[in-house]
Design a protein around this ligand. Structure first.
Ligand code: API
Length: 275
């Protein structure tokens, strides 16, 4: 079976997008997503995205990391899919419903409400997710936020000085995180402006992480380091995150992310070559 795909990216975080909304496709498996994502023997991407019909929204977006794990949210892909879809839409994801709105060359996404409870992250045991008494090497006392997927956020003096390539996997796979975790390292870059680098669960270091930018902005607002709107500068470029939640309870307001996304090229492959 010959299958078409669209290669897209948001600030260099790249995706292979399969559209199964009109013509159904065989079910995507983790092993197949891993094979498609392989940059040596496959098409190559950080995440494989599958669009499907939905009973509860305009369509459903399934997200597979390059290690094959299926997860609940992907901010950069949400913007890419908004541009591919071409008009505002509500999208069902495993991490909750989101709303996307394309604009010329960029998109705005309502990512829903952040959650802060230790069971919502989830953590393996009770802990104050606002100031976690844990550390890994030079990284310590993080915050944790769930924005449809789980994130831990470390605030440091200089995010670019941290050896995240060496530390990321150990934190991602620590037993404290039963569903693993996305690892964010951020530092102040100016008023209401943070520099951010992300080790992604199931994908490693990426050029950008939309949900990481959301989680980091929310944590920094809670910590009163910045006020909304927050500019997040990732290696691949900038995102603007708005959140008026500020409270101590689960985020009073939805998180709104705005930034670019684009189509790189289109192609096709034989399904059986990767299944
Ligand atoms: N690695 C993430 C999924 C992709 C998130 C990132 N690509 C984004 O733009 O939000 C996870 O396992 O939750």
């Amino acid at each position: 079976m010959r299958v078409s795909f669209t290669k897209m990216h948001g600030l260099g975080n790249d995706f292979v997008v399969l559209d199964a909304r009109e013509a159904s496709l065989p079910d995507m498996t983790g092993a197949m997503a891993r094979a498609l994502a392989d940059r040596r023997t496959g098409i190559g991407c950080d995440q494989v995205i599958v669009l499907e019909p939905s009973e509860s929204a305009d369509f459903r977006m399934r997200i597979f990391n390059s290690d094959g794990s299926e997860v609940g949210a992907c901010g950069n892909a949400s913007r890419a899919v908004a541009i591919l879809h071409g008009e505002a839409a509500r999208v069902e994801t495993a991490g909750g419903a989101i709303a996307v709105e394309p604009r010329d060359g960029c998109a705005a996404v309502d990512m829903g409400l952040p959650r802060f409870g230790w069971e919502a992250i989830p953590l393996a045991y009770a802990m104050d997710t606002g100031a976690m008494p844990v550390g890994w090497g030079e990284l310590e006392n993080p915050m944790a936020v769930n924005v449809g997927n789980p994130h831990v956020v470390f605030f440091v003096e200089d995010a670019n000085a941290v050896d995240l390539a060496a530390l990321g996997s150990g934190i991602e796979n620590d037993p404290l995180f039963p569903e693993r975790i996305n690892v964010n390292v951020a530092s102040l870059a100016g008023p209401d402006h943070l520099a951010l680098r992300v080790w992604e669960r199931g994908a490693g270091l990426t050029r950008a992480c939309g949900t990481g930018a959301c989680a980091t902005a929310v944590a920094a607002i809670r910590k009163r380091l910045v006020t909304s709107p927050v500019t997040i500068s990732l290696p691949g470029g900038d995102l603007v995150i708005e959140w008026d939640g500020g409270g101590s309870g689960d985020g009073a307001g939805p998180i709104r992310m705005t930034g670019p996304a684009s189509e790189a090229f289109r192609g096709s492959f034989e399904w059986d070559d990767f299944a």
